[in-house]
Design a protein around this ligand. Structure first.
Ligand SMILES: [Zn+2]
Length: 502
């Protein structure tokens, strides 16, 4: 009863005009208002501090201009100063976070040469609360750069895109000179950074040197190759993606105990024995590698969601959102098929699952240890492969960080403030703070209690003794533009339904 009275009292203060006017002041999805207020929010910031509220957040244009914590005494006496606005979101009982940042993602317009619309991916990301994406390696960098610029101009419903051009596109640079030339070409093209994969030591050294000169950040998917985390430490890589290269750097003798018939180009071999890699790392050596990364400021974006099928194939194949939201192109791509990258589950065994379960335990322990020693951990979904859907994959990643042992406050920091640091955008993104970009999400529920409320499909729960459909993100605000997440999901559902009739 007490709670109800407070609620009414706040509502009267917030909406001095009639209820009809208040209705009109709801933002229109996709339209930026000159002044947008989010009222009575409980804020979880991106810097690892605890939740606090209620607060009014004022957005003017594309910036947050004030965050005002409300004094309960002033509210009761009617003297609380609350910003006027053209559009208002009532966040009573809701949580407001910085927009999530997806630090390892792929914007794909096809899977196995079958077209898939960008709109599908972009709307899934936004509806999952993602307002920034670090795109690490599209086939056609120019195309993604064009999308990035359209997003920046507000022409399309899309997160901000940071484009990390793929260094190893054909022809692969094989000399230091060619490596430098490729870096310069990516810079000229307008890339924000570079993604490397499958690189030799001499070309890596030259490309990193050139990238540092030009102010380009480097994301490294190490793979089992000539280089490992020690090279990233030495040459100044911004972030190691996934995890390869870290346990490799801690193996005694430097070579994993592969069977004699192992072939790296056979993906079933490759992923099967990747599941044996963490157990071969020497813990003492691993500690030194982690310290080296901390000292050299090499961050780690583990993408825990993307290998989950390796430890629990049936779970991955039967995710509830596939029913309505899985694009048929992705569905086809995910089926076991030696021709498609990441679709390696041919003859996958319970023994493989078991090795990967252990692999995850050791990997998660290493992540915790890296954090304990002062390392910077980010988060990305790497979706579009291995049964992971865009957006949903990032939320699943957050759940896996909880399984690794991180506190939900820290997990939100990893997905916002830490990722902003990895992007070099920590003075603009990843915080609910005056002066920062207006990238915010309004969540139906408390993600600190249950990260599942962030899934755009929502959750079933009991409220006041009745089963209700709750959770989900209500509004994703990017650059001051509010997007109504359920409306975006309705459109995604439509895209999928249409594609399935073809
Ligand atoms: Zn990737």
């Amino acid at each position: 009863m007490m709670q109800l009275r407070t609620h009414i009292c706040l509502a009267l203060l917030a909406f001095s005009a009639s209820e009809a006017d208040a209705q009109q002041r709801l933002p229109i999805s996709g339209n930026r208002s000159p002044r947008l207020a989010i009222r009575n929010a409980t804020i979880v910031d991106g810097n690892g501090t605890p939740a606090s509220g209620p607060a009014d957040i004022l957005v003017e244009g594309s910036r947050i201009t004030s965050v005002t914590f409300l004094d309960p005494v002033a509210i009761r006496s009617g003297t609380a100063k609350r910003p006027a606005a053209d559009a208002e979101i009532d966040a009573t009982g809701k949580y407001v976070l910085p927009g999530l940042i997806n630090a390892h993602a792929h914007l794909q317009d096809e899977r196995a040469h079958v077209a898939q619309p960008y709109e599908y991916t972009l709307k899934l990301w936004l509806a999952s609360g993602i307002t920034s994406v670090r795109e690490v390696g599209a086939d056609t960098t120019e195309k993604v750069i064009a999308m990035r610029d359209r997003s920046a101009r507000g022409e399309i419903a899309s997160p901000r895109l940071f484009v990390y051009g793929r260094f190893s596109n054909q022809p692969v640079p094989t000399t230091p000179e060619a490596a430098r030339a490729r870096v310069r070409a990516l810079k000229t093209m307008g890339a924000d950074g570079i993604k490397i994969l499958g690189i030799d030591r001499d070309t890596m050294q030259a490309m990193e040197d050139e990238a540092h000169k030009l102010g380009l950040r480097v994301a490294h998917h190490v793979g089992v190759e000539e280089t490992n985390a020690w090279d990233d430490i030495r040459f100044g890589t911004t972030s190691i993606e996934h995890w390869y290269g870290i346990p490799d750097a801690a193996i005694e003798g430097g070579v994993q105990a592969f069977p004699s018939n192992y072939n790296y180009n056979n993906e079933t071999d490759r992923f099967r024995y990747a599941g044996h890699l963490w157990r071969e790392a020497n813990p003492e050596r691993l500690g030194k590698v982690l310290d080296g990364m901390v000292q050299a400021h090499v961050a780690w974006v583990p993408t825990l969601d993307i290998y989950e099928a390796s430890r629990d194939l049936q779970r991955a194949q039967n995710q509830p959102w596939f029913a309505e939201y899985l694009h048929p192109t992705l569905a086809e791509y995910f089926k076991p098929n030696a021709a498609n990258h990441g679709s390696y589950f041919l003859g996958w065994t319970s023994t493989d699952d078991m090795y990967w379960k252990e692999n995850y335990r050791l990997w998660m322990a290493a992540l915790r240890e890296f954090d304990r020693r002062g390392g910077l951990i980010g988060m990305g979904d790497d979706a579009g492969f291995i049964y992971q859907m865009y957006g949903f994959g990032l939320i699943r990643g957050m759940e896996l960080h909880q399984e690794a042992g991180f506190h939900p406050i820290k997990i939100i920091q990893q997905a916002t403030g830490n990722n902003a640091k990895i992007l070099g955008q920590e003075e603009k993104l990843g915080r609910v703070r005056a002066g920062f970009a207006a990238d915010l999400i309004v969540v139906n529920g408390n993600p600190l209690e249950n990260l599942k409320v962030l899934y755009p499909s929502g959750i079933e729960e009991i409220r006041d003794g009745r089963q209700v459909h709750g959770g989900g993100i209500e509004w994703t605000i990017k650059d001051g533009i509010p997007y109504h997440a359920p409306t975006l999901m309705a459109r995604v559902k439509e895209i999928v339904a249409q594609a399935r009739t073809k």
